[in-house]
Design a protein around this ligand. Sequence first.
Ligand SMILES: NC(=O)CC[C@H](N)C(=O)O
Length: 374
Amino acid sequence: MPQTNPAILVLADGTVFRGISIGAEGSSVGEVVFNTSITGYQEILTDPSYCKQIVTLTYPHIGNVGTNAEDVESRQVFASGLVIRDLSMVASNFRSTQSLSDYLKANNVVAIADIDTRKLTRILRSKGAQNGCVATGDNVEAALAAARGFAGLAGMDLAQVVTADAPYEWKQREWALGVGYRDVVASKFKVVAYDFGVKRNILRMLAERGCDITVVPAKTSAADVLAMNPDGVFLSNGPGDPEPCDYAIEAAKVFMDKSVPLFGICLGHQIMGLATGAKTVKMKFGHRGANHPVQDVQTKQVMITSQNHGFAVDAATLPANARVTHISLFDGTLQGFELTDKPAFCFQGHPEASPGPHDVDGLFDRFVAMMEKK
Ligand SMILES: NC(=O)CC[C@H](N)C(=O)O
């Protein structure tokens, strides 16, 4: 038998799960959430929107394809911890360069396996998301105190924490088998993308469609962006509560006012909602997974989407010039809207997938068409 180190996950309500450590030594706090995706653990770990969240994967068997240097959505792991049922004993994939456990250790991520993730998920679903602490060892009291000491995500502006320090150019297109990543050769549109915690696959999908992209830090003013003379502005996904991101909400108002083609995803969608005067709310346990049905309310078409959010725009508070375009078929919450008098639209889920289905990637084409028209 290989040697195993004990680890615990303690929820703020006092529930204790005992398992084994499969990552770094130490402890970590955050909001405990669950994701129902079957694949894509490396993309999930490196999605900046998981900053200050401990991610539970409901799929029971994780790690079977190992990890590699390509399947990353940002510069580092952002999830505050990983919780799984069973770690695969072997990593078997032609692209794998490191086992999941070694990857977690190398990236200093505290992670626990061998716990009843079904029980945990049922607790989170019935009581709602709650704060927790994952730690190596068995100091339940310290972990409980840490879990209860975590302030929670409501009111937390994390976009300014994870964003890039300085602007940079993005050239990389989508990954292709046997080729890997290639760079854009000729581009048609100049896009400025706000980095609130941007996932790389969004940038890759824009580059694939002929966009020359300058990524800018979260607090870049609208005036500085307009001085770059963009054909369109993109507002990215990101962690935390959208409401305190007043700098971004102000910038979005300016782009709407000046009729600059504007596209927002996830946190970007919530920021656009707030910019129209609508309100956002914290959801009970949010949406995280790669199998969420979303309906286009005009065509009635149902698409299976990738999701990762814990806040939502309250559709009832949207102004008269906003038209609801998409709703979640799980709970009826708002999934997308557009302005009827401005070239601006947004989506709550993740059209870039990574991981997940590509049913909604037409939204990227829509953004390009909007810039073309302009
Ligand atoms: N993926 C995202 O952009 C998440 C947005 C926001 N942090 C939320 O949880 O709702």
